[in-house]
Design a protein around this ligand. Structure first.
Ligand code: DC
Length: 223
């Protein structure tokens, strides 16, 4: 946690498509807090590499891109320079590349201070993989959100179909498994629950039930 900030932080970590982004946004809206979608920073780094023709196998060059990211978040939209890249960031290809560049320690270092700068105002809900373990280790409430891989693939499939994007359930399942493996087995800041995190399994919970559960944990912390 940023030692100079007294802004409370709720961290929500978990694997890809566990619903943490949606849950984080609803918890933040309920509390009137800011949100940090840390995965977007890794996706932005991957997208900026593609745009600038930087080979994502070149670690130093990728870290340089991460350090120099010209990013703006505004009312739920995400801008790279002047371009609104909110939708481009969600492509499966960008997610896979993000997972690759996120394994580079130099890239994680480059993005650390930028993430901690979000700790301002009334409160922050931060979602990602290492929010509770590395970025905000002193956060007063840490959540680790899990769901079995089949149900995550099905949710992702439904989202894409709803948006009119064609999708293949088996391909999505294979992508998620590859990303889970990479995110949990990397040497630096692997996906894992902080020892003091509450684990919520959302496999059979609705989004609203999951949000309520987080808010109940937060309310308990206030007593
Ligand atoms: O949450 P997401 O799917 O947008 O994240 C994209 C990738 O970024 C994911 O595969 C792993 C990486 N990531 C990370 O390593 N650490 C974070 N705090 C957030 C995301």
């Amino acid at each position: 946690m940023n030692k100079h900030s007294t802004t409370p932080v709720i961290t929500i970590d978990g694997p890809t498509a566990s619903g943490k982004g949606t849950v984080a946004a609803l918890v933040a809206a309920h509390l009137g807090w800011q949100i940090l979608d840390s995965g977007a920073l890794y996706r932005l780094t991957a997208l900026a590499c593609l745009r600038q023709g930087v080979d994502t196998n070149e670690i130093d060059a990728v870290a340089q891109v991460a350090r120099q990211l010209d990013v703006n978040f505004d009312q739920g939209r995400c801008f790279l320079g002047a371009e609104d890249v909110t939708d481009a960031l969600r492509a499966e290809k960008i997610g896979l590349l993000a997972s690759q560049v996120a394994a580079y320690p130099a890239v994680r270092d480059a993005l650390l201070a930028r993430q901690r700068d979000f700790q301002q105002g009334a409160g922050l809900v931060a979602d990602g993989r290492d929010m509770g373990t590395v970025v905000f280790p002193d956060a007063p409430l840490k959540i680790f959100l899990v769901a079995d891989v089949q149900s995550r693939a099905q949710r992702r499939y439904n989202q894409l179909i709803e948006k009119g994007v064609s999708a293949n359930l088996l391909d999505l399942l294979a992508d998620l498994q590859a990303r889970d493996l990479r995110d949990t087995s990397r040497a630096v800041a692997p996906l894992k629950a902080a020892p003091d995190a509450y684990i919520i399994d959302s496999t059979t919970l609705s989004i609203n039930d999951t949000v309520d559960q987080v808010l109940q944990y937060w309310a308990k912390k206030q007593n």
